[in-house]
Design a protein around this ligand. Structure first.
Ligand code: ASP
Ligand code: MG
Length: 421
């Protein structure tokens, strides 16, 4: 079980968490709990580091910011004990959770789970601070912001857990942002691949790395809310959204196949910017001279279109980069103007990428056509398109984001009737 910062913010909420944990144990489960720092605490600690030294040493930053989770881990163990449960904390260095030496964004290399397993088998609830680990130089590391999700999945993999339940302030993964579409529905199941696509295009429920890790290790992850009535949810029901493999999804939905929609979710991402280079020479190597330097500068290019059709062997090349990298990309490309041989560079930061995602589209034709038709009917212009096996993305004017999401949500028949399921 993993509890996020909002669930751990203060004694009252920690008591609520302790009760949820106790109920799972009472239902016969052996439980390990991973906790985040109290909401806002990590930001506060990061602020202190900046004040102390603007060019802070990441190794000392880790010493400071890892402390937020140490506090909540100890407090949860104390609260569980007050409820009469056996519980103890296991800090990252005590297990240990081994990481590499890249401070402030370390990667987990392995977990020694034996002591944990022994203590859990003896009926003790294990409480583990998320976000932290131990480098092979013997120093405290942290996993990057939002890293407690990854800690939880790693611990679940390490102890061979049946499931990793991630308790947060939303009650699951939705077909799209419920703030945009009131009729968005909570999904019962979503596959790892779908979750990765939805996360990478803007639905920030879990840290993306935790989903990749769960996929690699085959950890079944449930996202659910910790803000439920005290007497709700018997232990083995799935009140939230279960994130599973394709194979398990097929098994789970075998007899209710009709309920599984063609499209699982729709995501919008306003953090991309468009670049057009006009009149690039249409010859071998031209495109390589554009994208080589961008790659060298670690700028991720996403959608790419190369238009043919100009005469005199010239072509326009359109592509997108993260908005945060737009200025850097533009500067680099301007410096390469001669080498690339383009005529003009045009940039536009006011674009949004809308993606429809679903494993169902692997075996169905017409998903993209439905998307283009629905947008055309509303007069929304499509500036670029990209696809993968389980995703179709289009680039549009940022002002039309909400309209596009709503139009597509109903075009694929995803609007909930009456009460959200
Ligand atoms: N407390 C850390 C953060 O705020 C890690 C986490 O909560 O996942 O980024
Ligand atoms: Mg989080």
């Amino acid at each position: 079980m993993k509890f996020g910062g909002t669930s751990m913010a203060g004694s009252e909420r920690i008591r609520r968490v302790a009760n949820i944990v106790r109920r799972q144990q009472a239902a016969g489960h052996e439980v390990a709990v991973v906790v985040s720092a109290m909401a806002g605490e990590t930001d506060r600690l990061v602020g202190f580091c900046r004040e102390a030294n603007p060019l802070y040493d990441p190794a000392e930053y880790d010493v400071v910011v890892a402390s937020g989770e140490q506090v909540t881990a100890g407090l949860l163990a104390l609260t569980l004990q007050a409820l009469g449960c056996k519980a103890r904390s296991w800090l990252g260095w005590q297990l240990p959770i081994h990481t590499d030496n890249v401070h402030a964004k370390a990667r987990i290399e392995g977990i020694d789970a034996q002591a944990l397993l022994t203590s859990m088998a003896a009926g003790e609830i294990a409480v583990i601070p998320g976000f932290q680990g131990l480098s092979d130089h013997g120093r405290i590391t942290t996993l990057g912001r939002g890293g407690s999700d990854t800690s939880a999945v790693a611990v679940a993999a390490g102890i061979g857990a049946d499931r990793c339940d991630i308790y947060t302030d939303v009650d699951g993964v939705y077909t799209t942002d419920p703030r945009i579409v009131a009729k968005a529905r909570k999904l019962k199941y979503v596959t790892y691949e779908e979750m990765l696509e939805l996360a990478s295009v803007g639905s920030k429920v879990l840290q993306t790395r935790s989903v990749s890790l769960a996929m690699k290790e085959g950890v079944r992850v449930q996202v659910l809310s910790s803000f439920i009535d005290d007497d709700a949810t018997p232990a083995d029901e799935i009140p939230g959204t279960l994130i599973v493999s394709d194979e398990e999804l097929a098994r789970l939905t075998e007899n209710v196949d009709m309920e599984r929609q063609l499209i699982t979710g729709i995501a919008a991402d306003k953090n991309e910017a468009k670049i057009i280079l006009t009149r690039v020479p249409d010859r071998p190597g031209a495109v390589a001279t554009i994208f080589g330097p961008l790659a060298g500068a670690n700028i991720n290019v996403d959608m790419i279109i190369q238009n043919v059709g100009r005469d005199k062997g010239e072509t326009d090349v359109t592509f997108t980069v993260p908005s945060a990298d737009l200025l850097r990309a533009q500067t680099l490309l301007e410096a390469q103007k001669e080498a690339i041989g383009y005529n003009r560079i045009i940039t536009d930061g006011k674009v949004a990428k809308i993606s429809v995602v679903g494993v169902g589209m692997k075996s169905h034709a017409g998903v993209a056509a439905t998307m283009f038709r629905a947008m055309a009917d509303r007069g929304i212009n499509i500036q670029a398109i990209s696809t993968s096996e389980i995703k179709v993305s289009v680039l549009i004017d940022e002002d039309e984001t909400e309209l596009a999401v709503r139009v597509l949500h109903s075009a694929y028949g995803m609007d909930a009737e009456g009460e959200a399921a």
